[in-house]
Design a protein around this ligand. Structure first.
Ligand code: SAH
Length: 209
């Protein structure tokens, strides 16, 4: 599929926010995938990156970006930097007054994402176990987890601001997860199920072992 067709599909079915659509149009997915997959950059499928991990399907990235309700100037934590593509999109949305912290546990992918994101001055890539969040830069307006967790990790919810949004696929290892959008309202969780997805597992202290 070409990029134009995907953008049209998103505009008609998924994305209500014109600014998000502009950013999806602007950020070149082809720059975040492996050279040998370049021809498939706008096929609506996940693609393998390094170490058995995947860059999410374009429509999943579009859906999650919209569901997160990111705004200019916000501070956002991403768990699972992978290729860096999702972080690049969020970087464009929050702008220079905002900040994206993205955590990756696999060294090769940490290096890969850092390289791909080197021109995005408001993004910091961190090597570590993101199931614990990243306390040093907390609290966050938004937290997005791009790997599947057994449940909502307590440290992530703790590092979320009041009225903040945490987006996380939860449950079932490799067998599919439900996408939860968790809001922190008066310190308590208010969760909505946004539907079924399949992600690689979140591996760590507050993830799968
Ligand atoms: N957001 C990425 C997709 C990432 S795939 C993109 O736009 O391309 C999920 C990533 O989560 C993988 O790279 C995997 O290594 C990473 N991951 C899994 N468990 C993690 C953990 N506990 N902390 C940080 N990263 C983790």
């Amino acid at each position: 599929m070409e990029k134009k067709k995907l953008l049209k599909y998103w505009k008609n079915n998924i994305i209500r926010d014109e600014r998000i659509l502009k950013v999806l149009e602007k950020v070149p997915r082809e720059n975040f995938i492996l050279e040998e997959h370049k021809d498939y950059a706008y096929v609506d499928e996940p693609l393998p990156i390094l170490k058995g991990q995947t860059i999410s399907q374009p429509t999943t990235v579009a859906f999650m970006t919209q569901a997160l309700e990111p705004k200019k100037g916000q501070r956002i934590l991403e768990i699972g930097a992978g290729s860096g593509y999702q972080a690049a999109i969020l970087s464009e949305i929050v702008g220079t007054k905002g900040k994206i912290i993205t955590v990756e546990r696999i060294y090769e992918l940490f290096e890969y994402a850092k390289d791909k994101l080197k021109d995005y001055s408001n993004v910091e890539v961190i090597l570590g176990d993101g199931s614990k969040g990243y306390e040093k830069e907390s609290p966050y307006d938004r937290i997005i987890v791009t790997a599947a967790a057994p449940n909502v990790p307590d440290p992530l919810f703790d590092q979320l601001k009041e009225n903040g949004i945490l987006l996380i696929p939860v449950g079932g290892g490799f067998f599919g997860q439900k996408m939860l959008r968790v809001k922190k309202i008066k310190g308590k969780k208010e969760a909505e199920n946004l539907g079924s997805f399949i992600f690689v597992p979140l591996i760590g202290e507050f993830g799968f072992k």
